[in-house]
Design a protein around this ligand. Structure first.
Ligand SMILES: CC(C)(COP(=O)(O)OP(=O)(O)OC[C@H]1O[C@@H](n2cnc3c(N)ncnc32)[C@H](O)[C@@H]1OP(=O)(O)O)[C@@H](O)C(=O)NCCC(=O)NCCS
Length: 150
């Protein structure tokens, strides 16, 4: 397990978080405005931190019975230490607390590491969205986890 602590993402973290976003997603990185609007919408966002260092972040939107993992990211140097799993566990817990019966997400079809993590959490591929990621035009796999059968 990691030494990371999971804390609430606040607006003043956004500038530093964008460095990780660009490192990981390059031309498809979210902008500051997108994170601002996620917080303004009341979506659930958490950071993984080690002291003052931001190691990763993740966000969830809940609409009725359906929760969506809007993003999950761990900076390259901190990957493979259980931080992504800790963030995802935290989001799933919040989805349950908010009464969701399923959690969904989109993941690039060529993103094997992330898909492996989602598989391990019981997510299953249910659909493909053609050209969802732009400008790369990569397809997205929609994955779903049922929260009612546990
Ligand atoms: C996907 C991501 C969040 C996982 O974060 P992480 O902290 O490395 O994840 P964990 O250490 O908790 O790993 C959980 C499992 O995922 C799988 N996994 C993670 N990275 C992997 C890799 N590089 N290769 C193969 N499997 C990998 C493994 O099954 C791993 O379990 P294990 O270490 O016991 O074998 C991280 O790789 C990341 O930020 N990637 C870039 C951004 C991204 O793709 N986000 C998802 C968008 S949908």
């Amino acid at each position: 397990m990691s030494e990371a602590e999971i804390v609430r993402l606040r607006w003043w973290h956004i500038e530093r978080l964008l460095q990780i976003e660009v490192e990981l997603f390059d031309s498809e990185a979210w902008t500051a405005a997108m994170f601002w609007s996620e917080l303004a919408a009341g979506n659930y966002y958490r950071l993984a931190v080690d002291g003052a260092d931001i190691l990763g972040y993740a966000g969830l939107a809940v609409n009725g019975e359906e929760a969506w993992v809007n993003n999950i990211a761990v900076r390259g140097a901190a990957q493979r230490r259980g931080i992504g799993s800790a963030l995802l566990t935290d989001l799933i817990g919040e989805a349950r607390r908010r009464g969701a019966t399923r959690v969904a997400l989109e993941v690039a079809v060529d993103n094997a590491p992330a898909q492996r993590m989602y598989d391990a959490f019981g997510f299953e591929g249910v659909a493909v969205r053609r050209g969802y990621y732009q400008p790369s035009n990569t397809d997205a796999l929609v994955m779903l986890k049922d929260l009612t059968d546990e």
